[in-house]
Design a protein around this ligand. Structure first.
Ligand code: ZN
Ligand code: CU
Length: 483
């Protein structure tokens, strides 16, 4: 009888905590890491010689919109191909549950699916579907404020009434009891923009007794970004809950360089409350197409268009010229549509990525026909381009931002470290060659340098392809957010 199922020998272990790499052997038994160290005499059903390769905890995508992709494309290639073993869904106020009565999802909730029938009446029903048809990787779920508004309000262009807040709060509490890990808000977007801070605080209060977290696509990521961070801080303090600023950025030419101020403010707030942030490693954003976003950008690529699907992947300027109309008219003709907006400064992207509290989140949009390359490339780009090639931080620090840091922040117990007794979510990669291959022109390309990805002890990616296994689990609220 072998001691373990899989023994990885001679690996350069980067354990996720930020500690310096060490050569070690890692034994896996069942879904767990059985031992880490010098295991000379151990025997295994399978042995891998990992000389020259790095072994890290599987990456946690803190900012995902894979609510439906988990079910539609359970092999989850865009994510497992770059080493992601867990996605946190329901971000930006947008979740696929709970929606007790089907209603047409307004933009941007339709980024998940334009079809009301795809939404679930409860988080429990959504989790049951995921457990009946598991995916290759693990997932956790936030409850979207916009989804709650759609469920309990007739008119989204006004603040919720006391009664509506009570109904949303009851719905959120049920979802948290069913295993959702927190609340997400997207007050930037029209269906939630009319919500005052007090509405969000009233909901966030429900998180406190359930150990939930509040993640937010803030009201403003451009001229008013400092006010928006202050608002996020206020919500966290008033409700007594940890908050995460999603995909932190300083949008628009006038705000380039302001991450000096925003990060200083985040640091100041974080002295007295739990506050984190995530970011993706690109200077272009992507969301629904609108003229104000186009105006704040130096270039816009169309990522999808319902009336004109043939223009996905093309520059908006070229489309407008070909149509013989103004940019405004082209946006109107293409809408509803999505865009990729070159609206950030590289110096801000770097400063934010390098910040010690910053986690990595892809913000990938899996339903887009021509997605932003972050969907397939975010994690490999941080490891290859920013850590190795640009020397922005060490490989150990890059891995920490995608593993132990988010696991602690989101209460994913037993994940995020290469450590005895932890779940065997692991990625084996070549630190010399790891690189993102996805580009703005050709965004659907697996990362280079990923040798093997293991989820709950089972290989899901090997030899440049999915293995077809689907050992992913739904990770439910464990009510621990100690950092
Ligand atoms: Zn967002
Ligand atoms: Cu998002």
């Amino acid at each position: 009888m072998p001691d373990c199922d899989l023994l990885i020998r001679n690996a350069t272990v980067i354990d996720g905590t930020g500690a310096a790499r060490q050569t070690a052997e890692v034994a896996i038994r069942g879904d767990r890491i059985a031992a880490v160290g010098k295991l000379g005499n151990a025997s295994a059903a399978e042995e891998i010689d990992a000389a020259g390769l790095a072994l890290a905890p599987g990456f946690i995508d803190t900012h995902a919109h894979d609510d439906l992709a988990l079910l539609n494309t359970p092999l989850m290639e865009p994510k497992i191909s770059q080493g992601v073993t867990c996605v946190i869904n329901g971000n930006c106020g947008l979740s696929i549950a709970p929606l007790p009565t089907p209603k047409a999802p307004p933009a941007p909730l339709d980024l998940l699916s334009p079809d009301a029938a795809d939404f679930f009446p409860s988080v429990a029903a959504c989790f049951a579907a995921r457990e009946a048809r598991p995916a290759a990787l693990n997932s956790a779920q936030l409850v979207g404020h916009t989804t709650l508004r759609l469920a309990h309000m007739d008119d989204l262009d006004r603040p919720a009434s006391e009664r509506e807040i009570a109904a949303m709060r009851a719905s959120l509490e049920t979802a948290l009891q069913e295993g959702a890990i927190g609340l997400s808000t997207g007050t930037y977007y029209p269906p939630a923009a009319a919500a005052p801070t007090e509405e969000v605080i009233a909901l966030a209060e429900a998180l406190r007794c359930h150990g939930g977290i509040h993640a937010t696509h803030m009201r403003d990521e451009a001229d008013g970004v400092l006010d928006a961070i202050e608002e996020t801080g206020r919500i966290g303090r008033a409700a007594g809950v940890p908050c995460v600023i999603s995909h932190h950025k300083c949008n628009g030419l006038a705000n380039h360089g302001r991450s000096v101020e925003t990060l200083a403010l985040i640091d100041r707030l974080a002295e007295t409350q739990e506050l984190g942030l995530d970011a993706y490693p690109y200077a272009a954003s992507s969301t629904t197409l609108s003229i104000d976003k186009v105006k704040a950008a130096s270039r816009t690529i169309v990522s999808w268009s319902r009336p004109h699907p043939e223009h996905a992947g093309r520059d908006l300027d070229d489309v407008a010229q070909e149509m013989g109309v103004s940019i405004e008219a082209a946006v109107a003709a293409l809408s509803p549509a999505g865009g990729i907006f070159f609206s950030m400064a590289e110096e801000d992207v770097r400063r934010i990525l390098a910040h010690e509290r910053t986690m990595i989140g892809s913000d990938g949009l899996p339903a887009d026909p021509h997605p932003h390359p972050r969907l397939w490339g975010a994690f490999a780009r941080v490891l290859g381009h920013y850590a190795r090639d640009e020397g922005l931080f060490s490989l150990e620090e890059a891995v920490r931002k995608m593993t132990a840091l988010p696991a602690a922040r989101y209460g994913l117990t037993g994940r995020g470290r290469v450590h005895e007794g932890y779940f065997a979510d692991l990625v084996l990669f070549d630190p010399a060659t790891i690189a993102d291959a996805a580009t703005y022109d050709a965004p659907a390309a697996p990362a280079r340098g990923i040798e093997m990805v293991i989820v709950n002890g089972q290989p899901v990616w090997r030899d440049g392809a999915p293995t077809g296994r689907t050992p992913g689990r739904v990770l439910k609220n464990a009510a621990t957010h100690a950092l």
